[in-house]
Design a protein around this ligand. Sequence first.
Ligand SMILES: Nc1ncnc2c1ncn2[C@@H]1O[C@H](COP(=O)(O)OP(=O)(O)OP(=O)(O)O)[C@@H](O)[C@H]1O
Ligand SMILES: [Mg+2]
Length: 227
Amino acid sequence: MAFEPTERLHLGAEAEVWAGTWMGVDAVRKLRRPRKWRHPDLDHRLGHRRMMSESRLLIRLKRSGVRVPAVLDLDPENGRMILERMPGLPLIEVLRDSTQSASFIATALSNTGRLIRRLHREAITHGDLSTNNILVDENGDVSLIDFGLAAIDYEIERFGIDLHVIDEILGASHPEHEDAIETLLEGYAAEEANLGAAPEQSGGAVPTAAEVLKRLDEVRSRVRYHG
Ligand SMILES: Nc1ncnc2c1ncn2[C@@H]1O[C@H](COP(=O)(O)OP(=O)(O)OP(=O)(O)O)[C@@H](O)[C@H]1O
Ligand SMILES: [Mg+2]
């Protein structure tokens, strides 16, 4: 693979990510790390499957105009994927940066909600909507990354859970941004108002924004009730 690494961006339990260039364009290389506690054959099979699924969904979303990285090259056998490098910083860092203006933060959160709705309209749930997997550029434009746990979905529950994950993280990790989740959810609803009803997908009708927001409320009260 013609990837020239420049700096390591991330070393996690699942993946090592390097920034660099690929055929002259800004790119990242995502390298799957072996899970030592798992049997090597099983680990290889699961890793292969997850990387195939991640790249398949990224290609599908890119084609639909959702802001996600393009897949530039893929070597699932060796657990390597080359992706377009998306601009910006993870939302977690933007929210922690006290020099950011309130209006910039509100724009970033609203755009995040809009983008999540764009994703959901394609009948895809993310599965890991943490503030590390949302990148915000200097204009407040947003992209989504890390589709290793994403799936094609028609059941409303996983759509509601997507919103609940980000809801919990904003509440627990960024309590100083009190209205964060409201701003995000307003963006989620506004995108639907803007685009109209989602077109039917190959597996049927996608839950509407209103239905997903209602499910979020139900998930919240379930969690409150059961602790
Ligand atoms: N396409 C991209 N453009 C820019 N930065 C990226 C891109 N992909 C990944 N990164 C950076 O690398 C980090 C880790 O990537 P990613 O979220 O895909 O891995 P991960 O599956 O969460 O890994 P782990 O589970 O080991 O933490 C991201 O939080 C982001 O900072
Ligand atoms: Mg991640």
